[in-house]
Design a protein around this ligand. Sequence first.
Ligand SMILES: [Zn+2]
Length: 156
Amino acid sequence: MAYVASAGAATPSPAGGCIFCEALASDDDRRALILLRSAKAFLILNKYPYASGHVMAAFTRHVGALEEVTEKELGEVMSLVRTVVGALGRAYHPAGYNIGLNQGRVSGAGVPDHLHMHVVPRWGGDSNFMSVIAETRVLPESLDTTYDRLLAALDP
Ligand SMILES: [Zn+2]
């Protein structure tokens, strides 16, 4: 999961704030890049993706350790992971996925105080290695486009 760890490390958090809590507080889900909200979890696009369709399933509660989440919260996050994998499959037809959670800053978590799972679609021969090796991002489409494609695919 070195790739996922690296992706997490690249997610900047603004000074003094939590990007997930700030997104949740927004009344404009599109602007906040939130694709879907359930009671205890939500789906949000990574603002600094390493691949188109890089989504995060986050706990709604500001919590930084898996041992502190409830079964219900865990179930909702995993359920959203499954849902978005289905949507990514319909919209992007990836060959596979990296799905992972970083806990603690030492793990590479960019926002260590608010747990989230990365879902990164992968294709055979994709260019994601460039992100790891050269910190070069190759983005074939804008976040707006990804948002529209995934939103449509979430509601087939
Ligand atoms: Zn938070």
